[in-house]
Design a protein around this ligand. Structure first.
Ligand code: MLC
Ligand code: AMP
Length: 494
């Protein structure tokens, strides 16, 4: 990503947020200035982790680019996570600097003081002269994003500058991003969908990224109307849940408003769906509403995007498409042997896009690669007439809800610490809107256990999207002869 900062398009609008526009020149200049502030006369941050809790918009991108230019590793923090989740990331990365927007100062200040971490509030900070910035080689670590997995605690996924450049340049070529693009960012920026596909790719191509603080169907449609009136190419990317919500909102609009919106959406260059399976029903309804056949693609925090339906050519419903250029894809059986065409197998990936390591977890890193260096995704697919189709995941403990990846084990671990919970098991229940809903079966002697109080307590412990939506108090959990909970049986109980 560093080269884009150098080859800026000075007078063009890079970012629109809070009703203000910022040019590439402003972004380049202010990020260099902030990099100098971060360096504070040192020559290089030497991969110090810089955690930042910054609202989506100009300050967010400025901070991220500054960290990179100063030689630090960017650790974006989710702006809606509870303190316990933020503390975990700050401790796990051993962050040396924390940067916050003024509104988040109160959340992290005490932690920073207690841990003696340099704490920077993005308000009234000195604007030092721009000092000589370090030369950053592309193999250096650039970013750590946290992902839930088959272990109970989230893991930090480390990508290098070279990984990010590969992820970005591959997509730009495949989906033909251009400097005329005008894209909306409503996705969280601590995940690849928002930070790579929406923000980084568009800025690399010289386009404009417009930020909304959070998702609202009404505001998305208002934005669509505003872009369709301009000379720019409208581009929209979201998770299936968002398309579901947009459709529901659209269906309640008066016919005249619907017609107007449909006409506006037809002027768009591209609309993409990903991060979870796009139900065919959603794809079909959206096509009627917008005139766009959604481009569905497949990716993961560890690899960026790997498989995509074509920009030009058939976008096949229920399928994720073909390997992107520069990404090698294979399907294998449990012995890591390639399966015959038409047979189901685990998706494995190789390429410059693939992450470097799980932060300070060498055993987990080793486990996730085969001896020949293929990354094991844990997703199972089949190749049908040159298009991959996802069949499911090899682990029932991974849940996808609203496009977020959630570990059932992580939720179980927290639930077990609640009074009167003797045991529990968490599963994902299919749901058209959310993909899956998190459901928890709880073994307790208290058959009247107040699940509302439990739910409230859970919301203080973990991000809301991880909190179970369905609870069932049971006498015992279904188990097999080995004593292992049979989660497929449990799913049927909900
Ligand atoms: C929120 N709610 C849920 C929920 N999340 N209910 C069920 N299941 C969930 N998962 C409830 C809240 O509790 C609340 O209800 C109500 O919905 C509104 O909450 P919210 O937080 O305001 O939700 P909303 O803003 O509408 O969020 C929906 C969303 C969000 C779809 C916009 O989930 C989102 O931004 N998802 C994107 C995640 C993402 O970017 N994933 C990419 C990962 S990268 P109540 O009753 O409490 O008021 C990746 C790789 C790749 O996957 O391939 O891209
Ligand atoms: P994350 O770890 O949050 O990056 O989520 C990555 C996971 O999202 C993948 O391993 C898949 O399980 C899922 N995923 C991403 N895109 C798709 C898609 N188009 N269809 C089905 N699942 C997807």
């Amino acid at each position: 990503m560093l080269s884009v900062i150098q080859k800026n398009h000075p007078d063009k609008t890079a970012i629109i947020a809070d009703g203000k526009s910022y040019t590439y020149a402003t972004l380049a200049n202010e990020s260099k200035q902030f990099a100098s502030f971060l360096l504070d006369k040192q020559s290089d941050l030497n991969e110090a982790r810089v955690a930042f809790m910054v609202t989506a918009g100009f300050d967010y991108v400025k901070t991220q680019w500054a960290i990179w230019q100063a030689g630090g590793v960017a650790v974006p923090l989710c702006t809606t996570h509870p303190l316990s989740s933020l503390t975990y990331v700050i401790e796990d990365t051993q962050a040396e600097i924390i940067v916050v927007s003024p509104i988040f100062e109160v959340i992290l200040k005490d932690l920073a003081i207690a841990k003696n971490i340099r704490f920077i509030v993005l308000e009234n900070i000195d604007k030092p002269d721009i000092q000589a910035l370090p030369q950053i080689t592309s193999g250096r670590r650039a970013m750590i994003l946290y992902t839930s997995g088959t272990t109970n605690l989230p893991k930090g996924v480390v990508t290098t500058h070279a990984n990010i450049e590969a992820q970005v340049s591959t997509l730009i070529q495949a989906w033909e991003y251009s400097e005329n693009d005008h894209i909306l960012c409503i996705l969280p920026l601590h995940h690849v969908h928002g930070i790579i596909n929406v923000v980084s790719c568009t800025l690399w191509a010289g386009g404009t990224v417009e930020f909304l603080p959070s998702f609202s169907a009404d505001e998305v449609f208002n934005w669509i109307k505003s872009v369709a009136n301009s000379e720019r190419n409208g581009v929209f990317m979201a998770v299936p849940t968002i398309y579901f919500k947009l459709i529901a909102h659209f269906e309640h609009l008066p016919a005249s408003e619907q017609e107007q919106l449909t006409a506006k959406m037809k002027t768009f260059r591209l609309m993409v769906s990903g991060s979870a399976a796009l139900p065919v029903s959603v794809m079909e309804k959206w096509e009627v509403i917008s005139g766009h056949r959604l481009l569905e693609r497949y990716g993961m925090t560890e690899i960026g995007m790997a498989i995509s339906n074509p920009y030009q050519g058939e976008r096949r419903a229920g399928h994720i498409g073909q390997a992107l250029k520069g990404v090698s894809v294979r399907l294998v059986d449990e012995q890591n042997k390639e399966v015959a065409t038409g047979e189901a197998g685990e998706i494995q990936i190789k390429g410059a896009n693939v992450f470097q390591e799980y932060w300070q977890k060498p055993a987990a890193t080793k486990d996730t690669f085969t001896d020949e260096g293929w990354f094991k995704t844990g997703d199972v697919a089949v190749l049908e007439d040159s298009y991959y189709r996802i069949l499911g995941r090899s682990s029932i403990d991974i849940i996808k809800s609203g496009g977020y990846k959630i570990s059932a084990l992580e939720i179980e671990e927290v639930l077990r610490t609640y009074p009167n919970v003797k045991d529990c098991s968490v599963v994902g229940i299919d749901n058209e809107e959310w993909g899956e809903l998190v459901a928890a079966a709880i073994v307790s002697d208290d058959i009247h256990l107040d699940t509302q109080a439990l739910n409230k307590w859970m919301r203080e412990k973990m991000p809301t999207y991880k909190v179970p939506r369905l609870y069932k108090i049971v006498e015992e959990l279904p188990r097999n002869a080995m004593g292992k909970v049979t989660k497929n049986d449990l799913k049927k109980m909900f």
